[in-house]
Every structure is written in structure tokens, then in C-alpha cells.
Ligand binder design. Structure first.
Ligand SMILES: Nc1ncnc2c1ncn2[C@@H]1O[C@H](COP(=O)(O)OP(=O)(O)OP(=O)(O)O)[C@@H](O)[C@H]1O
Length: 260
């Protein structure tokens, strides 16, 4: 699976990450990364997915280095990602949103598309069937022909999940999946993420909602000022003095909320 060893990242004189070590458990588990605002969490995802190159350390997936790869190459290796802000194509149907995500798998070139050969039509048919299946995993298959802008906020987030799955990843990176969701949308997403994990996918999420993280993850790492200060099962993380200290002085205390 995914392993970050002594990863560092500097932007000019700013040390955003220092000697970060993260080893995800084997496939089919859920790992969480938490930490106060600005701790460096999104930067970790940006390094994994090839948007930035680390200034130090190594990042490997299934024992092969990801450092220096372009984002599309990282996707090809089997890592898909969703973003903090929703990035669905609002004027396209749900089905098309998912099919677009899988085009690298269709395996025919521009000429094939132009002449629409039987092989191409078969591939398109299979892609639509797979897209419908992925939409059913997030319970949106009944809306497959609707346009994405007709969906509620929570549904659009679930559509993003289906679209990420369309690249046939082994590992899904979710950046704040429940941001902006109401309580019932969060509960629904929790069930769906558990179902996806049960299908054998690895899940690595950044999330501020402690109840969600602690309820869902098998293991949680905590970043503070660019360093991992704790990496353990949720019950231990919630009671760790350094973690409590890192969250002290905030307006709200997410750790308290998680245990309430
Ligand atoms: N491209 C960049 N250039 C310069 N500084 C950056 C860049 N990207 C991130 N940073 C800085 O790195 C630090 C960590 O940012 P990052 O977005 O990774 O934090 P985060 O933990 O994801 O925060 P949040 O929880 O608020 O999303 C911040 O100080 C940010 O300003």
C-alpha cells in the first residue's frame, strides 16, 4: 500500500512538512489524517498525487516510488482523489460525469471514436454499465440521467465518489468528504464509505469532523505544524495529551464533540 517515509516539504523558507512518516494499513481499511487548520494535511495529498514534489523523503505505493510522477500517472498507478470543493460537471448527466472519469480505461484511440466501430460501441456500452453500477454504490443510479446540478449538496459529494471510483483505483483519497453536509447526509456517507471499504478499496481521508473520523477510521494520524504527533487507533488518539494540546485554545473542541 501507500508509504511516506521522512517526507518534507518546503515552500521557500516555510517548512510545511517535516519528516512525515505514514504507512497505510493493507487494502480494505480506512485511515484518517487530522490536524488543526494549516497543519499541512492537504499538502500531504498534493504530494501523493503528484501536484507537488517533496523536498525530501520518499513516497511509495505498492513498493514503487510516486515521486516525480504526473497526477495522471499517479491515477494510473491506482490512486484516486476527491477535493475539498465539489468538482462535478454540473450541466452533464450523472452517468456522463462518471463515464468521463473512466476514459483512460476504454482503450481505443481518436480514430476509433471518429468511425465509431463496433468495438468502440461495445466499450462505450460497458463503460455505461460500469458507471451505472458505481452510481448504485452511492445510491444515485435512479438519477443517472439527471444533470448534476439537480442534485443536493450531499448527493453531489456522493457523485464525486462514484467519479473517483471510475478510474478503478485501489486507494481513494478523500479531502474533507463531509464538509458542508448536514447530519443525515453525513450518516449516509458513512454507510457508503464503509460499503466501499468492504469491497476491498483502501481509503485515506482528511477530515475535520471528529465524530466522522473517529467513527469510521481504523487508524488516525495527527499532523500539527507539519509533524505527525500521534498515529494510532481512534480511542488512543482521542486521549493523547499532545493531540489534546494541539486542539486546545480553539473556539470549538472537536475532540470533545467526538466523544459527546
Ligand atoms: N503552494 C503553496 N505555496 C506556499 N505555501 C503553501 C502552498 N500550499 C500550502 N502552503 C502552506 O502550507 C501550510 C499548510 O497548508 P495545507 O493546506 O496543507 O494545510 P491543511 O492542514 O490542509 O489546512 P486546512 O485544514 O485549513 O485545509 C499553510 O501554511 C499554507 O499556507
Amino acid at each position: 500500500m501507500l508509504e511516506l517515509a521522512n517526507v518534507s516539504m518546503r515552500f521557500g523558507g516555510l517548512h510545511v512538512l517535516q519528516d512525515v512518516n505514514i504507512a497505510l494499513p493493507p487494502e480494505g481499511s480506512i485511515f484518517g489524517l487530522i490536524g488543526p487548520n494549516g497543519a499541512g494535511k492537504t499538502t500531504v495529498f498534493n504530494l501523493i498525487t503528484g501536484l507537488f514534489r517533496p523536498t525530501g523523503g520518499s513516497i511509495t505505493f505498492d513498493k514503487q516510488s510516486l515521486v516525480g510522477l504526473q497526477p495522471f500517472e499517479v491515477t494510473r498507478r491506482g490512486i484516486a482523489r476527491t477535493f475539498q470543493n465539489i468538482r462535478v460537471f454540473k450541466e452533464m448527466s450523472l452517468l456522463d460525469n462518471v463515464v468521463v472519469g473512466m476514459h483512460r480505461h476504454l482503450g481505443y484511440g481518436a480514430l476509433g471514436t471518429l468511425f465509431s466501430s463496433p468495438a468502440v460501441r461495445m466499450a462505450e456500452k460497458q463503460a455505461r454499465e460500469r458507471a451505472l453500477e458505481l452510481l448504485s454504490w452511492v445510491r444515485l443510479d435512479h438519477k443517472a440521467r439527471a444533470t448534476a446540478d439537480s442534485l443536493s449538496y450531499g448527493e453531489q459529494r456522493r457523485l464525486e465518489l462514484a467519479r473517483a471510483l471510475a478510474t478503478e483505483p485501489k486507494l481513494l483519497l478523500l479531502d474533507e468528504p463531509v464538509a458542508g453536509m448536514n447530519a443525515s447526509e453525513k450518516t449516509e456517507l458513512m454507510v457508503e464509505i464503509r460499503n466501499i471499504r468492504a469491497r476491498g478499496y483502501g481509503i485515506f481521508m482528511i477530515e475535520h469532523d471528529m465524530r466522522f473520523v473517529m467513527g469510521l477510521c481504523e487508524r488516525v494520524a495527527v499532523l500539527n505544524f507539519g509533524r505527525i504527533i500521534c498515529d494510532d487507533v481512534p480511542e488512543v488518539v482521542q486521549r493523547d495529551p499532545q493531540v489534546i494540546e494541539a486542539y486546545l485554545g480553539r473556539d470549538e473542541d472537536p475532540l470533545q464533540e467526538a466523544t459527546a
